[in-house]
Design a protein around this ligand. Structure first.
Ligand code: KG4
Ligand code: ZN
Length: 328
């Protein structure tokens, strides 16, 4: 099975070609992060236009890199959501037009399933499995007893972790995206600010980050000139890590899992990786390499492989057709 996958749900345009379950034949990506730095965040209309200007070139580049003809592809996989609607439509339209021209089917893949399957590229899943998905839009604990079976056992009641990172970075006058910048500065300071650790005892495995974000906003509002940015980054990151550690410990009290995967943009966080190594060394924890944590098309292809394998009748197809398939 050879899959061409397209991801364009936010500000990264990416195309990948995957052979079988995890052989990456091509991976190309254009990020708009530099464009949005001066805006302090993604401007959806600009993001859509920028996707349009690069997407066909990236499809050609991926085919060249893989040395593959379109006729050799089994199908096209494209992120169908969640994401910015204008950005998603660019990917979906490009995927559909390309597939129509080459008489191959298209299947729509959930972006979050994609993030989860980024870990299966590194090491085969062992079930039951716990996924901690931490991105700009989502914070979820997901229990999987088998491939493509997702049970959400905890989620954020307000801000996602990545969103809290980005908003705190903005308050501190750091750039966009805030996560990596806070992560860097967190290693230069000390945990001096008394920030809350919202553990939500009565809310089971759910998270809340808005109180922590507001606590930073209050201190910044009162002491703007005196703020020690490095110390605030250290304090914020250590509060976030305490909450994540606590929720993982709680999860392990109830769920006996063979593997834990940490996925999504915030999985790139060095403080998180260090905390996991220190506190959960006895657990089988998989964190994908940095370039597969943030948005990319390889993870979409990786999820599509199992989505198709389990449902070859294409319940999720966008464009039908006779698939050219074998499972190797
Ligand atoms: O998964 P992703 O690329 O896009 C979404 O689907 O949301 O995640 C982007 C998020 C942003 O909020 C960004 O600040 C955060 O991931 N992020 C980080 C780090 N690298 C990216 N957060 C904390 N530490 C990092 N090193
Ligand atoms: Zn994402």
């Amino acid at each position: 099975m050879i899959i061409l996958a397209i991801e364009s749900s936010c500000d990264e345009t990416s195309v990948a070609i995957l052979k079988g379950e995890r052989e990456i034949l091509a991976h190309v990506l254009v990020s708009q992060i530099d464009i949005f730095k001066s805006f302090g965040g993604v401007v959806p209309e600009m993001a859509s236009r920028n996707h349009v200007s690069v997407i066909t070139k990236l499809i050609d580049e991926a085919l060249n890199q893989a040395n593959i003809q379109p006729s050799e592809l089994s199908f096209v996989a494209v992120t169908k959501g969640p994401g910015l609607i204008g950005s998603l439509l660019v990917g979906i339209n490009a995927a559909t037009a390309f597939a129509y021209a080459h008489h191959i089917p298209v299947i729509g893949v959930n972006h979050l399933a994609g993030h989860i399957y980024s870990a299966n590229l590194v090491q085969p899943f062992e079930f039951p499995l716990l996924a901690l998905l931490v991105s700009g839009g989502h914070t979820e604990l997901i229990y999987m007893h088998d491939h493509m079976s997702f049970k959400i056992i905890g989620e954020t009641l307000d801000d996602a972790v990545g969103e809290a990172y980005d908003k705190v970075a903005k308050m501190l006058g750091l750039g966009y995206p805030g996560g990596p910048l806070i992560d860097q500065k967190a290693f230069l300071g000390k945990d001096t600010y008394q920030l809350p650790r919202p553990k939500l005892e009565s809310h089971g495995l759910n998270f809340s980050f808005s109180g922590l974000k507001s606590a930073v906003a209050n201190i910044v509002g009162k002491e703007r000139e005196k703020i020690d940015v490095n110390n605030m980054c250290t304090s914020f990151q250590s509060a976030v890590m305490d909450v994540i550690q606590y929720k993982l410990e709680k999860t392990y009290e109830t769920y006996d899992v063979k593997q834990t995967i940490i996925v999504g943009g915030v999985a790139a966080n060095k403080g998180l990786r260090m905390m996991l190594e220190k506190q959960f060394s006895s657990k089988n924890i998989i964190v994908p390499p940095l370039n597969y944590c943030t948005d990319n098309a390889v993870m979409i292809a990786a999820a599509a492989y199992h989505q198709y394998r389990l449902n070859p009748n294409f319940k999720d197809y966008i464009l039908g057709g006779q698939a050219n398939l074998s499972l190797d």
